[in-house]
Design a protein. Structure first.
Length: 659
């Protein structure tokens, strides 16, 4: 019996919430967002018709609190709840609670979630259904001796895996019996900490394999179809990075066999809604069931791009009790699509997640982008660091790949470090270009190295900073013509800039003449022409080569993003000038965003002008702030380890009265 959805609450945040709202609104459905206190002004909160703040920033007190989510649904008069992915999306008890509250859960039934949410249970079900499975042990006996004996029976290399949960938690590859005991301890401990369930299973490790998953859809009228496969082999520590559809390793015959196995998997648990059956594909064409994700996948856009179907619209249609409206023979794959996950992280620092202000966000205009951030917003340390998905479609795989490379070059995110360069390099590496990437490709490669700016980049930063300061001076100069700014009777005076690089300072001089700039860095001189420039972007020619750049300049710091890299530079000469300008004032402020690494004084201390007060670290560089006046420290506002913003007052000194 059909039951229309009039008001939909999305129990999630970020890009997936924005994505679901887009389709719901197109279907004429009223939308409701929930948000933590940290997210009350986030894009997803503003994308809905209404937003209800449900708790503090920690997910356990907001997005994972089932009672609060249900209370928000009741308050909003929602008919249905869409869980997105992550958080409560694969929580059988939540799906049951939604049903019991008389609401529609946009997803499978609780019993299907429970059955497929446990790897051991689902694997036994798949074996019974005739779905190919990796040889292993998925029994109830969890004694270390039993697990050890089973591992020896299966033969190394083996995989120790948490039975519950996903996302690579509680997973270890073991190549030698000597490493097994430690792997069991660590996998169990990690699973208990992250999932709350320490049960393990043992599987034969399938090496040199691809990760290929099949999208399935089923309705309540007995129709189950598959929508082709996605290749998600480019992974880092079991976390997907780049996904594509269709797989370059799957032809029509293999697609039919894998698709049928996925449909059989869904039918084995009377599945309804969108689901993904994940397989390992060996190089001999054999494939093995891994798990079934009972939700919409992060990478669902690539399937949408090659099938022409809106998967969220299908989810809502099925949740209302309507039939899918098409059969397997109606599904056709057209072209190729590739998705890259943009993370706020530092690849060169072991992919450490980054948090901080989104100073400037520009999505590429040429392709589809599903994002959950905006300029002026914040990337919170409380949630997943994935901020956007960039998706390119082409008539061929190579066309899609080239389009995605260009799209990444046109993507700008200033304020935090990202994996943009890492993604672009992956797309241009031979394993991906040739369609030979495996699940081990990234982890077996050399770790990413930090990019270092060349002389041309230093020159570019100096010219941008020079023009910004010139325009500021022009604005403050009233009727003085711009041609007279900096004029003197002799020759044109070069403007010096000193950019920190490690322990050294790179000196750059800018000499302007006739609208052009001659910039010297070390022994090199560049001829630079600014073709067009506004407060956030510029078109610049360096020695005749056109370079588009996005940038933000704030006093002594400039952040810039080119097609290849993003850098932040601090002019140490300007910092020194700022310190001099503060002479006579006792307020010491942060000249940039950074972390306090050392405080050299205490309240009540007497300091002399130039004494070391505090040390800030920004972009891996140390910046020492000194006393601008003689006096007594009356207030210390910062603490070691604290993140501070540019302009924040850190220390207050009561100046000594002059005699």
């Amino acid at each position: 019996m059909s039951r229309p959805i009039r008001t939909l609450l999305v129990a999630n945040r970020g890009e997936i919430a924005v994505r679901v709202f887009r389709t719901a609104k197109a279907l004429g459905i009223s939308t409701v967002a929930i948000a933590s206190e940290a997210d009350k002004d986030a894009p997803h909160a503003k994308a809905a018709d209404r937003c209800i703040v449900i708790g503090p920033a920690p997910a356990a007190q907001s997005y994972l609190d089932q009672a609060k989510v249900l209370a928000a649904a009741r308050e909003a008069g929602a008919d249905a709840i869409h869980p997105g992915y992550g958080f409560l999306s694969e929580n059988a008890s939540f799906a049951q609670a939604v049903d019991e509250a008389g609401l529609i859960f946009v997803g499978p039934r609780p019993d299907a979630i429970a059955a497929m949410g446990d790897k051991a249970t689902s694997k036994r079900l798949m074996i019974d259904a005739g779905v190919p499975c990796i040889p292993g042990y998925e029994g109830e006996e969890q004694d270390d001796a039993v697990l050890t004996a089973e591992a020896e029976r299966i033969g190394f290399p083996i995989m120790v895996k948490a039975s519950a949960g996903g996302g690579g938690k509680g997973m270890r590859i073991v190549t030698s019996p000597d490493d097994l005991a430690d792997a069991i301890i660590r996998a169990r401990s990690e699973a208990e900490a992250s999932i709350g369930n320490g049960r393990l299973l043992i599987e034969k490790a399938v090496t040199e394999a691809r990760h290929v998953e099949v999208q399935v859809f089923a309705d309540a009228h007995g129709n189950t179809v598959h929508l082709g496969e996605r290749d998600c082999s480019l992974q880092r520590r079991h976390q997907k990075v780049i996904e594509e559809a269709p797989s370059p390793a799957v032809g029509p015959e293999l697609r039919q066999r894998m698709g049928q196995a996925a449909v059989d998997a869904g039918k084995a648990v009377n599945y309804i809604g969108a689901g993904t059956v994940e397989f390992l594909l060996a190089n001999d064409g054999s494939f093995y069931f891994l798990e079934m994700n009972t939700r919409l996948q992060v990478e669902h856009p690539v399937t949408e791009e090659v099938t022409g179907l809106d998967l969220v619209a299908l989810q809502l249609r099925v949740a209302e009790g309507q039939p899918l409206g098409f059969e397997q023979s109606d599904v056709n794959l057209c072209g190729h699509a590739i998705e890259a996950r943009l993370y706020a992280e530092a690849p060169e620092d072991e992919f450490l997640p980054q948090a901080g202000p989104v100073k400037l966000w520009r999505a590429p205009a040429s392709v589809r982008t599903d994002g959950g951030i905006e300029s002026g917003g914040e990337i919170s340390p409380h949630y997943d660091p994935m901020v956007a998905k960039i998706i390119a479609r082409g008539d061929s795989r190579e066309e899609a790949r080239r389009k995605l490379v260009v799209a990444l070059e046109d993507t700008t995110l200033l304020g935090v470090r990202t994996n943009r360069t890492f993604l672009r390099e992956l797309l241009e590496d031979e394993p991906f270009v040739t369609g030979q990437a495996l699940t081990t490709t990234i982890d077996s490669s050399d770790p990413p190295q930090a990019a270092h700016p060349d002389h041309q980049t230093f020159a570019l930063a100096a010219v941008l900073m020079h023009r910004v300061r010139r325009d500021q001076a022009l604005a403050a100069a009233g009727p003085v013509p711009s041609t007279l700014l900096g004029w003197q009777g002799g020759a044109e005076l070069p403007s010096p800039y000193g950019f920190s690089q490690g322990d050294a300072t790179v000196r750059v001089t800018v000499l302007s003449a006739g609208g052009a700039h001659h910039v010297t860095v070390g022994e090199q001189t560049f001829a630079i022409q600014v073709n067009a420039m506004d407060a956030r972007s510029a078109s610049i020619s360096i020695d005749g080569k056109l370079i588009p750049v996005s940038y933000l300049c704030d006093d002594a710091t400039i952040e810039l993003s080119t097609k290849q890299y993003a850098f932040s530079f601090t002019d140490v000469y300007q910092l020194s000038a700022s310190a001099a300008d503060q002479a006579g004032s006792g307020a010491v402020t942060a000249p940039m965003h950074g972390a306090v690494t050392d405080i050299a004084v205490n309240e009540g201390d007497t300091v002399k002008k130039g004494d070391k007060l505090i040390v800030l670290e920004a972009m891996k560089m140390q910046h020492e702030l000194t006393a601008p006046v003689v006096g007594t420290v009356t207030k210390i506002a910062g603490t070691v380890g604290q993140q501070v913003g540019a302009g924040d007052v850190l220390i207050v000194i009561e100046p000594e009265e002059e005699e």
